[in-house]
Ligand binder design. Structure first.
Ligand code: SUG
Length: 441
């Protein structure tokens, strides 16, 4: 059946800030304690969504989670009214409060692993919310993300929602950021590439955690009823993780039968590529970038590979990159020559996503890919579909509710909680999600 790739982007929440919470993520560490601009962050993300919608792609919006996470703060022993809970947490542990206030749900490439119906034995789209077990602020997302996904993909004839895996490091699951679906078309069975950073036979990283565990990838492949002959498990290169490649989508991106990656993305890379090629009947289209073309450190600084590789309806292949690629000279030179000489990539489009990038989130982190056929495209919650009318509504909503400056210390302000909940209450109506937020129950 004819199918296409839809992109669902995470809308940046009102508490977007730089608390330096993410271990192994160099951008998050280096921007710690700087002032953020939540309004600009949300508008930058919306501009990308609208631009892709304008290109004729199916574009959806995933709502942000309610922050602060009061349930977790209460579980951690803070008591009293909601405002008193926030104030007590700020006094006792600003770091715990920051974890409970993080807007990290914007990086929806970590929301879930998604399998297209063409690849699943029961011909339905499968979702497993990621447990994000390796970082506290991210592990708090899972339960609420599952609710947002269920409200967005809300038709059990087409969409299957699995429980998240148990949240322990040996089953650490980072979702689609470590999963790539390749195939000759969207509508026929494809190949699932699962990249893991820990728990495999090869050497582990020594400096930073390998967030995705092999056992987790195997479990998700079983849940989604994938054909074992169409799955490849590949180890992320431990040296790359130690240089800041905390997710595989920082060093590789694939779409259809194309894989664009750095030569040091995977351990035993030549074997991984041979396995993929074999499963794609010898038709893998590889763009492998050598260290002497773009050094791994420059790839991490620019987020060259955290790009979106898109087949647009006019048949062109587009690479959507962050503006940081223009600022790292070898990367920009590489991109110029790629567009002039590669028969695969037709154009490069640059987006300013600086607010998210300063926390280590590029274009690919901000989107969850869902391959859908025509029936599935009308079965998801159409209130979440980007359109010429939804875009200005969301822009007005952001302008009305979001602050333009936030320091981690401002998270102690109970007024920020009230502003956020008011904004999200209204958003749930705009996106027709129903009562998805805990404060609405
Ligand atoms: O998990 N940053 C996120 C960035 C996630 C990027 N996603 C993908 N590569 N798919 C992370 O490291 C920073 C939050 C802070 O420091 O306040 C953060 O969580």
């Amino acid at each position: 059946m004819l199918a296409t790739e839809a992109n669902f982007d995470g809308l940046v929440g009102p508490t977007h800030n730089y608390a330096g919470l993410a271990v192994g993520n160099l951008a998050s560490q280096s921007h710690q304690a700087q002032a953020s601009n939540p309004r600009e962050a949300a508008l930058q993300g919306l501009a990308k969504m609208k631009a892709l919608h304008d290109l004729g792609l199916v574009q959806g919006v995933l709502a942000p989670l309610a922050r602060p996470d009061l349930k977790t703060l209460r579980c951690l022993g803070f008591v009293g009214s909601d405002a008193e809970v926030v104030t007590a947490a700020a006094k006792a542990s600003p770091r715990l409060l920051a974890a409970c206030c993080s807007a990290s749900s914007m990086w929806v490439a970590n929301a879930a692993t998604v399998t297209p119906s063409a690849d699943a034995a029961d011909r339905r789209i499968h979702f497993t919310p990621a447990n994000l077990a390796s970082q506290l602020h991210r592990a708090l997302e899972t339960e609420h993300t599952a609710r947002i996904l269920q409200a967005t993909f809300n038709d059990s004839r087409h969409f299957v929602h699995h429980p998240a895996l148990p949240a322990v490091a040996t089953l650490g699951d980072e979702g689609a950021a470590n999963h790539t679906r390749l195939g000759h078309s969207y509508g026929e069975p494809g190949v699932a590439l699962f990249a893991y950073g820990s728990g495999g036979p090869g050497p582990e990283p020594s400096r930073y955690p390998g967030r995705q565990a092999l056992e987790a990838s195997r479990a998700v492949a079983r849940q989604h009823r994938l054909d074992p002959d169409r799955v490849v498990f590949a180890q992320q290169h431990p040296d790359a993780i130690d240089q800041g490649v905390f997710h595989n989508d920082v060093i590789a991106v694939g779409n259809l039968d194309t894989l664009f990656c750095h030569e040091r993305a995977f351990f035993n890379q030549s074997q991984v590529l041979a396995d993929l090629d074999a499963r794609l009947d010898g038709r893998l289209q590889l763009i492998q970038v050598a260290e002497n073309e773009v050094a791994l450190a420059d790839a991490v600084r620019s987020y060259l590979f955290n790009s979106q590789l898109l087949r647009v309806p006019d048949g062109r292949t587009l690479l959507v990159v962050p503006a940081e690629c223009e600022q790292v000279a070898p990367v920009w030179q590489y991109l110029q020559s790629l567009v002039s000489h590669s028969p695969i990539i037709d154009a490069v489009q640059v987006f300013d996503l600086r607010q998210s990038m300063h926390n280590g989130g590029g274009p690919a982190c901000l989107r969850l890919r869902v391959v859908m056929n025509a029936d599935e495209q009308v079965a998801f919650n159409q209130g979440t579909r980007m359109s010429d009318t939804l875009y200005p509504r969301l822009v007005d909503w952001v302008r009305c509710h979001y602050r333009d400056r936030l320091l981690p210390a401002d998270l102690a302000d109970p007024q920020l909680m009230d502003e956020s909940f008011t904004a999200l209450d209204e958003l749930s109506r705009i996106l027709q999600l129903g009562s998805v937020y805990p404060f609405q129950c």
